[in-house]
Every structure is written in structure tokens, then in C-alpha cells.
Design a protein around this ligand. Structure first.
Ligand code: APR
Length: 265
């Protein structure tokens, strides 16, 4: 945890970050599941995280290939258990990031999330580092299908769901453990991290690589790195310059409000 000197209250840190955002040449955001919890989507490692209720082993590519039927049954069970992306709506934190782009201060969002909420909120340059679970993809011919359609086929007994085109097995178009990050997303994210002068790290425990390595790329390229998160992470006091602790649904809109105030000066 960063040593907090007496006058570095959260309010002061929010004002400080707003000033850094307005003076920066290129600001990017790296987001994790913590930005979507206030949209009703559980995170993975928080107190009510998904990995407290489900075995991450069952989100590996090995498990998907070994027991495809069970894998898809679990997809339905997780949805019934609250991990339902189709109904989720952007929350004030997503909307604040979209506003920051609209004001011209945010050049892209690199997200580890697979819920598509940044795009729904209005951000136009979103790097989906772990793919997007609102679509399913055929592992053979790579044809994509809306996840809502595939899940209704699974619910009516099609287990596993198959590609109507080539008969291949369908899987969520999200990166499972053991799978590589989509090449284009990986290279672009690394380029953005290496060329920004301010990286906002929002709602991530910063524990899963290679996403968790992006802040070090930014830092070693001379960027300022600031965390906005409910709790300290391995980056706090090592890579990040400081952390603004609290719920992102509150802190992010306040930061953008301060940026707008500076604009009016
Ligand atoms: N406001 C601020 N921070 C929050 C909030 C909130 N409302 N809700 C949760 N957080 C914080 C948690 O305290 C935690 O530090 O967000 C972080 C979420 O961390 P994880 O659950 O580990 O999620 P994430 O970092 O995105 O996980 C990375 O791991 O399981 C894989 O592929 C999965 O993309 C995921 C990756």
C-alpha cells in the first residue's frame, strides 16, 4: 500500500489525477472485472468472486475439450448464478470512461472483460484482450454466432452446440485459461501501453498475465500508472504511482467531473 501522506486524501488524489489526465498527451485505460461488478456481473477474486463458487480448472481449454458437454452445462449454470452478460447494462463507471473519450482525453480501453459493456457505454476503441462472451465461435471454421442463440440451443438440449456450417464444436469467443491472447489484441495492447504517457488501471487484481504485464510496459516507457480499485493490488507501491481506492462507480465519475471543471477554467 502506498504510504499516504497527510494531505493526500482521496479528494486530493482525484483532483491530482484529473489534472494529470488533462495535461497528458495520451491516456489509455486497462480495465478488469471490477468495473462491471456494479452492473451485476460478479468479479473473479473479490469476496463474491466467481472463483469462490466455480473451479477455474473448468474454465481451461483442456476441460473444454475433455468434457465439452459439462463445460456448456456450466456456462448455463453460471448464467443462472448471475454471470449473465446479455442482461447487464453499463454502470456509471463505464459511462465515465465513455465520457472521457467523448471529451477527447481517452485514446483507448484495453479490457480483460468479455461483457462488451465498454462498447455499450459508447467507447469506440476497445481492445478485447480476452475476447467477448456475447458471441460463440466454431473451433474449426471460426464462424461466429450470437451467444444468446447458442445458449437457447444448449438449453433445448443441443449439447455440445455445433457449427451449422461445418459441424465443428462451438465455444464462447472468450480466451479460456491455456489459450493464447488473440494476436492482434496482444500486439495492439502492448503498443498502446508503450506509447501512452498515462495508464489508468481500473478494477483489476492485476494478477493474470499477460494483461498484468501491460502496466510494467507503460511504466518502463516513462508513463505514469494510476490504479483505481477497491483495494491495493501487487502493482500498488511497486509499479503504480498511486491508487485511488473505492468503488469505481463513485470514483471514476468524480474524476471525470474534475476533468470537466478544469476544461471550463
Ligand atoms: N470498484 C472498484 N474495484 C472493484 C469493484 C468496484 N465496484 N468490484 C471489484 N473490484 C476490484 C476487486 O477488489 C479486485 O481487486 O476489482 C478487482 C477484480 O479482480 P479480479 O476478480 O481478479 O478480476 P480481473 O482482474 O479482471 O481478472 C483478470 O482473470 O479469471 C481471469 O479471465 C479472467 O479476465 C479475468 C482475469
Amino acid at each position: 500500500m502506498l504510504r499516504r501522506d497527510e494531505n493526500m486524501t482521496d479528494e486530493n488524489l482525484i483532483k491530482r489525477l484529473a489534472k494529470e489526465i488533462s495535461n497528458a498527451k495520451k491516456v489509455i485505460a486497462l480495465t478488469g472485472a471490477g468495473i462491471s461488478t456494479e452492473s451485476g456481473i460478479p468479479d473473479f477474486r473479490g469476496p463474491k468472486g466467481l472463483w469462490k463458487r466455480y473451479d477455474p480448472e473448468q474454465s481451461t481449454y483442456t476441460f473444454f475439450r475433455r468434457d465439452t458437454k459439462r463445460f456448456w452445462e456450466l456456462q448455463i449454470q453460471m448464467e443462472e448464478d448471475g454471470f449473465d452478460l446479455s442482461k447487464a447494462k453499463p454502470n456509471p463507471a463505464h459511462l465515465a470512461l465513455a465520457k472521457l473519450e467523448e471529451l477527447g482525453y481517452l485514446s483507448c480501453v484495453i479490457t480483460q472483460n468479455v461483457d462488451g459493456l465498454h462498447q455499450k457505454a459508447g467507447n469506440t476503441d476497445v481492445i478485447e484482450f480476452h475476447g467477448n462472451s456475447n458471441r460463440a465461435i466454431c473451433i474449426e471454421c471460426k464462424r461466429c454466432y450470437p451467444m444468446s442463440e447458442v445458449k437457447s440451443r444448449v438449453k433445448s438440449g443441443e449439447l455440445p452446440p455445433l457449427c451449422e456450417y461445418c459441424g465443428g464444436i462451438l465455444k464462447p469467443d472468450a480466451v479460456l485459461f491455456e489459450e493464447p491472447i488473440p494476436t492482434e489484441a496482444l500486439y495492439r495492447a502492448q503498443d498502446e501501453a508503450a506509447s501512452c504517457d498515462l495508464m489508468l488501471i481500473i478494477g483489476t487484481s492485476a494478477t493474470v498475465h499477460p494483461a498484468a504485464g501491460l502496466p510494467s510496459i507503460a511504466k518502463s516507457s516513462g508513463a505514469k500508472v494510476v490504479e483505481i480499485n477497491a483495494e491495493p493490488t501487487p502493482l500498488t507501491g511497486t509499479i503504480s504511482d498511486y491508487i485511488i481506492e473505492g468503488k469505481v462507480g463513485k470514483t471514476l465519475p468524480k474524476i471525470v467531473e474534475e476533468v470537466e471543471k478544469l476544461e471550463r477554467l
